[in-house]
Design a protein around this ligand. Structure first.
Ligand SMILES: Cc1ncc(C[n+]2csc(CCOP(=O)(O)OP(=O)(O)O)c2C)c(N)n1
Ligand SMILES: [Mg+2]
Length: 372
């Protein structure tokens, strides 16, 4: 297999898949899942709604309302499947692209937009949603997650009804020292953490073959824990594989690396132009593996949903898009000095000094009323 073929439309043989791109249900000896029609319709709804929020955010950025946006287009199944596998007690550590996981954790999408609009510094309480703040420093959240997992392990908060930790990162992040160090710590301390790598084939303009000579999931064996590659465009498989990994982690079996094999359909961020470094054919091949279309085909073929259901979800998506846009534009600009408020939980001398210096700097500008 050439390096390029691994990014093509041909599914690699070791891939765990429960729903084909054509919407056919397939069995897997290690990973099965029994979903009610209602649960499948709910997954479909999640997929459509998060794609709609993402689309609206891209449009808002293009209209100058957001500074930047990192689109999840194409990665909806990886995020919804893994996100819906989490229990309320589990803790998730995202990168900057996990809008679908944020949705599953109950974070209002407008909070995500606020971050990219530059009017908040995160916008949600990680403790309230068990969803950590977005992390831009590639791979660093894997260390935070392992530390958190070791913490809950020491608190005795694991076990059947306890908590596990999941951490999201990309294919490019696997080359970071932080990620490799976190693998070692998780392995030797048997930490209850699931490493969820969304291999979307690109790290900005760097292709996968510049990150690894072997499939990413096989890296785990070198660190002493299991790795599995799942079809990242198959929401059933992502749910089943993540659920099992979390259960194993909770029951003391230590970490698992999940490589969700998917594709970044859009630009890296709205500041990027992927036509400069990748070919259209690759995109066309992945369009045929769309994560939403296969669930729709499955529901339709098996008469688990009718046209009225699909219309209803589309209407809900449009309404959500409108609502998110409206509330995004209404977000007030922050008080400039608020940037110092949450650096430390308690008052801090250095923050007081920096706040005072910044206040003095700001007072040097003329106000809108023309005064000083
Ligand atoms: C430590 C660090 N180095 C470099 C960057 C710049 N950077 C931002 S995103 C990115 C690529 C990440 O690719 P990947 O891990 O595959 O995640 P994806 O964006 O594809 O989801 C890089 C190099 C950064 N944010 N942090
Ligand atoms: Mg990537």
């Amino acid at each position: 297999m050439t390096a390029d073929a691994s990014r093509g439309a041909q599914a690699p043989p070791e891939l765990v898949q429960l729903l084909t791109p054509e919407g056919e249900r397939v069995e897997h000896p290690d990973y099965d899942i029994d979903l009610t029609p209602e649960e499948i319709r709910a997954l479909y709804r999640d997929l459509v709604l998060v794609r709609r929020v993402d689309l609206e955010a891209v449009a808002l950025q293009r209209q100058g309302e957001l500074g930047i946006w990192a689109s999840l287009l194409g990665q909806e199944a990886a995020q919804i499947g893994s996100g819906r596998a989490l229990t309320d007690a589990d803790m998730a550590f995202p990168t900057y692209r996990e809008h679908g996981v944020a949705w599953c954790r109950g974070v209002d999408p407008v909070n995500l937009l606020g971050l990219f609009r530059g009017v908040n510094h995160g916008g949600w309480d990680p403790a309230e949603h068990n969803f950590h703040l977005y992390t831009i420093v590639i791979g660093s959240q894997t260390l935070h997650a392992v530390g958190y997992a070791m913490g809950i392990q020491r608190d005795g908060a694991v076990g059947e009804n306890g908590a596990a930790t999941i951490v999201y990162f990309g294919d490019g992040a696997t080359s970071q020292g932080d990620v490799n160090e976190s693998f070692i710590w998780a392995s030797v301390f048997n930490a209850p953490v699931v490493f969820f790598c969304q291999n979307n084939q690109w790290a900005i303009s760097e292709p996968l073959e510049k990150q690894s000579r072997i499939p990413l999931y096989r890296r785990a064996s070198g660190f002493g824990f299991p790795g599995v590659r799942v079809d990242g465009n198959d929401v059933f498989a992502c749910l089943a594989v993540t659920r099992k990994a979390l259960t194993d982690a909770r029951s003391g079996q230590g970490p698992v690396l999940i490589e969700a094999f998917t594709y970044r359909m859009g630009a890296h961020t709205t500041s990027d132009d992927p036509t400069r470094y990748r070919v259209q054919d690759e995109l066309e091949a992945w369009k045929l593996k769309d994560p939403i279309e296969r669930v729709r085909a499955y529901l339709f073929k098996n008469q688990l949903a009718d046209q009225a259901f699909f219309d209803e979800v589309d209407a809900e998506a449009d309404e959500l898009g409108r609502d998110v846009r409206k509330r995004c534009l209404e977000m007030p600009d922050p008080e400039p000095l608020a940037i110092f408020d949450h650096v430390y939980t308690e008052p801090h001398r250095l923050m007081d000094e920096e706040r005072a210096a910044f206040a003095s700097y700001l007072s040097g500008f003329e106000t809108e009323e023309g005064g000083r």
